[in-house]
Design a protein around this ligand. Structure first.
Ligand code: SAH
Length: 619
């Protein structure tokens, strides 16, 4: 099961410009839509950021889910993203705009943003939007991409209805919300007696087999006791909707008090309804007291406002909203539904903050996972050591970034957590894997402490934390070496800044006795220079002097440097803090192959092969 509970995707498109001929067009588009221009280094005079290779750059952005508007030939964009094409529902939009700004071609993602974006760009440039998806061309609308504020309640019926409409059958628009569905006016309407495709616009649940659109005029306000069973809240909401004959699809979102941002039942409800969760402070809800039908002094004494469910539903639906269904309750939960006079296009309230704890791999983009790239692209704020953020290249451009110096991990994590606590979407950027000698552990340590134990604020403790795996330095080194981790291995950090030296020495002895392949992280620094030599001497008591050792520095970065030594010859001065040291077990070998030395640790097949050979020759 996916653990990502976010239902919104808000990644901003990027305008890519390849030549001076397209510069003017690129800047006009970017300025009008509030976007950034990425320009080809040396060929474009002014851009917000520069790149060296258009194919790599476009591919990186696309892989991270960033919509791309390329002011260039369509073929370049097609070539760039072709190897990555996946699901048409999840691939981000890709559009080509001609240098002279005369033509805009939505190449991918027509029905999740590209057609709409192409029309917007065409409008502002006075260009032609070369839209090719059938419905858009003949009917002027696309049934599976209703405008902001509307949702398709019966996605399974859209394609069939579209085919009928395209074959000339006319539409019959009905339903209690038909008068608000102006965007459907573009469809030719059937006269009485003519064959027709029924289309219903309503806040009520869809009738069987009828293509239905819901205006998002409703907001659901909820409140509940701590640890309210999720089934109890969900059942209350489903019953309330059913009794009032309202469709969940007409809900713009679930709204509640900020203290409930991390309440499992509330989070599960928003996920189950497939809508965003937004929160308000007690003070923000208190100003709505006169509009509540069931104000409560008890609630006020507890949380500082006279009603959570009713107040939050009204706050979510805006100043002109009214209560459609006043508070209903069970033992542990409350809910209320408010209506706005028109479909709601703006989401009020704050998001539950999110912290993505990501490792970007050792360096090069190809060793970064697509999930990490997406989480970074999705974040509005990046926190981390400056070098790692720089390694993100195009993904970091235009984001708020807080660079922290090396060291200072606790401050960095506190800052990231508190920023997320304000409702921001923050990515905490580590090298390698975020959980391996990196910041993920700090994050959970801080979250696990109360504010009175030097933990983080309550607001920060209510955020969503998503961790995503990365390629750790030991894996990068192992891939370069061949297969040194083919058998049991362990990783030891030689930094005694946070670990007592005796503990490190104890683990060195244990690893030496256990004959593990060992990866030493943080092997030396300018001040810490003795432990690596001590480690070597301990290991030499248990494994041969010519045990292979790999020193891998700056893996995946421009100045990558890999070399092999015998254990007895390992010199501290050859190693720095940008090096991971892999020490073979007593079984590890260095093979001299055509392309140079490669290190591996047999899994035991040698014994089997040699055994088979011996058996064969004995026969
Ligand atoms: N989270 C990181 C480790 C951070 S500890 C990971 O999973 O890789 C820092 C240590 O990691 C460095 O001292 C070095 O030993 C190792 N390291 C990190 N990146 C490296 C790289 N690109 N090349 C070589 N070693 C690296």
């Amino acid at each position: 099961m996916a653990v990502n509970t976010s239902v919104e995707n808000t990644i901003q498109p990027v305008v890519i410009c390849l030549s001076r001929a397209g510069e003017n067009t690129a800047h006009r588009v970017a300025k009008a839509l509030g976007l950034l221009v990425h320009g080809r280094k040396g060929r474009v005079d002014a851009a917000d950021a520069y790149f060296a290779n258009a194919l790599d750059h476009t591919r990186d952005l696309f892989a991270a889910g960033v919509p791309v508007i390329g002011v260039c030939a369509a073929g370049i964009l097609i070539r760039a993203v072709a190897p990555l094409l996946g699901d048409k529902r999840s691939d981000p939009p890709v559009l080509a705009v001609s240098d002279d700004g005369a033509v805009v071609v939505p190449l991918l993602g027509g029905h999740h943003g590209a057609n709409r974006l192409a029309r917007d760009i065409a409008d502002l440039l006075g260009a032609t939007a070369a839209v090719t998806t059938a419905g858009d061309v003949s009917l002027g609308i696309s049934l599976d991409e209703p405008p902001e504020g509307w949702v398709l309640g019966t996605p399974e019926l859209a394609q069939g209805a579209m085919a009928e409409l395209l074959s000339g059958v006319k539409a019959h628009l009905c339903g209690d919300e038909a008068a608000r569905a102006h965007w459907l006016d573009a469809l030719p309407q059937a006269k009485p007696g003519e064959p027709e495709v029924f289309i219903e616009a309503t806040t009520a649940p869809p009738a069987d087999g009828v293509l239905t659109f819901h205006p998002q005029r409703m907001t659901l306000g909820v409140g509940c006791a701590r640890n309210c069973p999720p089934e109890e809240l969900e059942a209350l909401v489903r019953e309330t909707l059913a009794d009032a004959e309202l469709a969940a699809g007409s809900l713009k979102g679930v709204f509640t008090l900020d203290l409930k941002a991390d309440e499992p039942a509330v989070i599960a409800l928003a996920v189950s309804l497939g809508v965003p969760l937004r929160v308000f402070s007690g003070a923000e809800l208190e100003v709505l007291t006169t509009r509540l039908e069931n104000p409560s002094e008890v609630v006020f004494a507890e949380v500082g406002c006279h009603g959570v469910a009713e107040g939050a539903s009204l706050a979510g639906a805006g100043d002109t909203a009214f209560l459609g269904t006043p508070k209903r309750k069970t033992k542990n939960a409350t809910c209320a539904i408010a209506f706005a006079p028109e479909p709601i296009t703006e989401l009020h309230g704050r998001a539950r903050g999110k912290l993505s704890v990501v490792g970007i791999g050792p360096g090069q983009a190809a060793w970064r996972t697509p999930e990490v790239s997406r989480l970074v692209a999705d974040a509005d704020e990046l926190v981390g050591y400056g070098l790692y953020i720089d390694l993100l290249g195009p993904l970091a451009i235009g984001k708020i970034r807080s660079d922290f110096p090396l060291g200072g991990e606790e401050d960095r994590c506190r800052y990231a957590l508190e920023q997320a606590g304000k409702g921001h979407n923050v990515a905490l950027v580590c090298s390698g894997d975020a959980g391996i000698f990196a910041m993920a552990a700090w994050v959970f340590e801080l979250l696990d402490r109360g504010p009175d134990q030097h933990g983080v604020s309550d607001a920060a403790r209510r955020i969503e934390v998503q961790c995503s795996p990365g390629v750790s330095a030991l894996q990068g080194a192992a891939a370069r070496a061949g297969a040194p981790l083919g058998h049991d291995f362990c990783a030891i950090s030689l930094s005694d800044l946070l670990t007592p030296r005796e503990d490190i020495v104890k683990r060195l002895h244990a690893a030496a006795e256990g004959d593990f392949v060992i990866a030493f992280y943080n092997p030396v620094s300018k001040r810490r220079r003795t432990l690596l030599a001590e480690a070597r001497d301990i290991l030499l008591k248990h494994r041969p002097a010519d045990t292979p050792v790999m020193l891998a520095s700056n893996l995946g970065r421009v100045d990558e440097h890999v070399r092999y030594r015998r254990l007895a010859d390992l010199e501290v001065d050859e190693v720095d803090m940008l090096t991971v040291v892999l020490i073979g077990s007593s079984h590890s070998k260095l093979a001299q192959l055509g392309e140079g030395p490669r290190m591996y640790t047999p899994r035991g097949y040698a014994r089997k092969i040699d055994g088979d050979l011996a058996e064969g020759s004995a026969r």
